[in-house]
Design a protein around this ligand. Structure first.
Ligand code: FO1
Length: 312
């Protein structure tokens, strides 16, 4: 069964890892958010892309979810000593990725080409695609600081400012990378990973052609909100600040025009009927991924749901 997963951030990478444990590598394509990308220390950083790749390669830091395992911090500590910016943590091994990516981008290569090559080096057999090769940036409109770039909001300000809205710079002209639309068209189903709807998946959905390619597909989303909260990250806080009660129902309603199915946590069973009234097939199961086994189990359950309830 050919699956395309849309992912961004740590929750997305976890389910991608689970799907990779269940599917033949040629059957899984992951389209990753790049609207979090930014320049830091003069380098091009693609946090979500690296999180997905490090996770698939078994190189990721299991505790933070981002960055590399067995990391050392020689460069970071010395940069701080020299008065450089220390709010965004870049370890030595991770730094090599940013240095080499930046060098290749400057030489004229596309992000998708660089990603393909890095994946080959790291032994990743699945297809990992950045959503676009062009510049796209999430701008967060906040009550206290006005409009600020995403990483400024997320890491530097620790998601503290009150969110008023979002803007995705560059989506008017950005095109999906080669192969992305073809992968969606050829997929048996598309999975929205339990990533932040506002800042991880909406940027992907705003790239031209993606929504229309999804229109004829079976699309299933896994809720990142459990019991009104997020396991990690500010999605629930964002819903609240935008005047919407954070719940798995709110996530389902956010995407309801695109979805055929919705997977919510067993704790949220009370929302199942209301989500069903949006015209979606539902399944409530354990969606909390504490271990690699949990990731595989959730992926297996999602694939079973797709097979038995969406494409049967
Ligand atoms: N997230 C943090 O909360 N603090 C950091 O210092 C940080 C550094 C970092 C370095 C490389 C990388 O690939 C990701 C990193 N992240 C960090 C995570 C990242 O910024 C966010 O998880 C995503 O952008 C949100 O999807």
């Amino acid at each position: 069964m050919k699956i395309v997963a849309l992912a961004g951030g740590v929750g997305g990478a976890k389910l991608v890892d689970g799907l990779a444990q269940c599917l033949p590598p040629g059957d899984l394509t992951i389209i990753v958010n790049t609207a979090d990308d930014f320049e830091h220390w003069g380098l091009n950083i693609s946090p979500d892309l690296d999180t997905v790749c490090y996770t698939l390669a078994g190189l990721s830091n299991f505790e933070t979810g981002w960055g590399r395992m067995n990391e050392s911090w020689e460069v970071f500590e010395n940069i701080i000593q020299l008065g450089g910016a220390g709010w965004f943590h870049i370890g030595d091994r991770d730094l090599a990725t940013h240095l080499e990516r930046t060098r290749r981008l400057k030489s004229g290569l596309q992000l998708s080409e660089i990603t393909r090559d890095f994946c080959r080096t790291w032994g990743i057999q699945q297809t990992v695609l950045p959503m676009t090769d062009q510049y796209v940036a999430t701008i967060v409109d906040t009550l206290e600081l006005g409009e600020i770039p995403f990483q400024e909001y997320f890491v530097h300000q620790g998601c503290q400012p009150t969110v008023k809205g979002f803007r995705f710079e560059g989506t008017q002209t950005a095109r999906p990378v080669p192969g992305a639309l073809k992968a969606i068209i050829e997929a048996d189903a598309v999975v929205f990973c339990p990533s932040n709807p506002w800042v991880s998946l909406d940027p992907i959905l705003n790239i031209q052609g993606i929504r229309s390619a999804l229109a004829s597909k079976k699309v299933v989303a896994v809720s990142p909100i459990i019991g009104g909260q997020t396991i990690k990250g500010p999605a629930a806080k964002m819903f609240t600040e935008l005047g919407i009660e954070p719940s798995s129902y709110a996530v389902a309603a956010h995407y309801s025009e695109i979805l055929s199915g919705f997977v919510l946590d067993i704790q949220d069973g009370q929302w199942e009927e209301k989500i069903g009234s949006l015209g979606l097939k539902t399944m409530s199961i354990n969606t909390i991924m504490k271990s690699r086994n949990d990731r595989q189990q959730l992926a297996q359950d999602v694939l079973h749901f797709i097979r038995e309830r969406l494409i049967a």
